[in-house]
Design a protein around this ligand. Structure first.
Ligand code: DHB
Length: 312
């Protein structure tokens, strides 16, 4: 039987799959569903300092081959997720990831301090890439602000953590972002990629945008972003040093795309749009499909093929 176990930032996951932050993880009932599922871990909805309702609906729509969303960070406020993390049972096999997405550096500092003070075994994924708050550019596309944020947050967090990145589309940007991240020993993983920001989906018949916020503009996810995700996973896998890992996310609908993410260099794989559409049963199905692919190809563990994509 193929071994799908992995470890991220020194913490073991029984298998490489978990939810992409934002999907099935805003409330405790959804997090309980993830715990019951065949996922290897779980991550909470990106938290802001205060609770938020998010943008007006409709704010998510499935598309042919993917999805569009402009949720606007609806979440229960970081204290809700801190309380959840405090009562989480760390003796069971799935580790807990917590996503933080402060609207300012000050908010990120306060939230990171609160988690550090609580001395918990959860792993922080700081989100540098929320594209859906009107009037707020994302940190991931501002190299100076990103370095300043890491300089401020790393000493507060004071243990290994990760950052969620937007997709990049230029080799010079891969180089610049990787060079910044490589300055921070404590950044032990990057999660690539957040949604491809600011697409516009229009209904042909009604000639109307599919979602309401931001004149219809929203982040794209699902199969339509697979190759962008694979490129970002591989670009960072090639550039990051000091044992830093990449978590792949984007376009995973079956075991096949998960296999490609690992081949590109992913050490774990998150599932967003497909989880939203199929529900947590997606984990059991995709896990089984990946096991079958590995058996057919003669791979026994993820290490056998991670990062081993061939080039011409
Ligand atoms: C939201 C979307 C994102 O892509 C993200 O990283 C965080 C939040 C949102 O719209 O809620």
């Amino acid at each position: 039987m193929a071994d799908l176990s992995t470890s991220i930032a020194g913490v073991r996951l029984p298998n490489l799959f978990f939810n992409a932050s934002g999907v099935w993880c805003q409330h405790e009932a959804e997090l309980a569903d993830l715990l019951k599922s065949e996922s290897g871990s779980l991550i909470t909805k990106s938290a802001t300092f205060e609770q938020r309702q998010g943008n007006p609906e409709p704010r998510y729509k499935p598309l042919a081959g993917g999805s569009i969303n402009s949720m606007g960070l609806p979440n229960e406020g970081f204290e809700y997720y801190l309380e959840y993390a405090k009562k989480f049972d760390y003796s069971q096999e799935k580790p807990l990831f917590i996503s933080l997405s402060g609207l300012s550096l000050e908010d990120n500092k306060k939230m990171c301090q609160a988690f550090a003070d609580a001395k918990l075994d959860c792993i922080l994924e700081v989100n540098f890439s929320c594209p859906n708050v009107p009037g707020k550019p994302q940190l991931g596309y501002d190299m100076e602000a990103m370095e300043a944020a890491l300089t401020a947050l790393a000493p507060i967090i004071n243990k290994p953590f990760g950052i969620k990145l937007p997709p990049y589309f230029d080799i010079a940007h891969f180089d610049a972002v990787a060079a910044i991240i490589n300055k921070f020993d404590q950044v032990q993983f990057v999660t690539c990629v957040n949604s491809v920001g600011n697409g516009l989906a229009i209904d042909f018949e009604t000639e109307t945008a599919l979602i309401k916020p931001k004149d219809g503009f929203g982040g794209l996810g699902g199969l339509m972003i697979l190759q962008t995700a694979l490129a970002n996973v591989n670009a960072f896998h090639r550039r990051l040093t000091g044992g830093k890992q990449v978590i792949g996310v984007g376009g995973v609908t079956s075991g096949k795309e998960a296999f490609l993410h690992v081949l590109a260099g992913a050490s774990a794989v998150q599932i967003g749009t497909q989880l939203k559409e199929e529900g947590p049963a997606a984990f059991g199905r995709i896990k089984k499909e990946l096991e079958e692919i590995m058996a057919a190809k003669g791979y026994k563990s993820l290490d056998d093929f991670r990062g081993k994509v061939k080039t011409l």
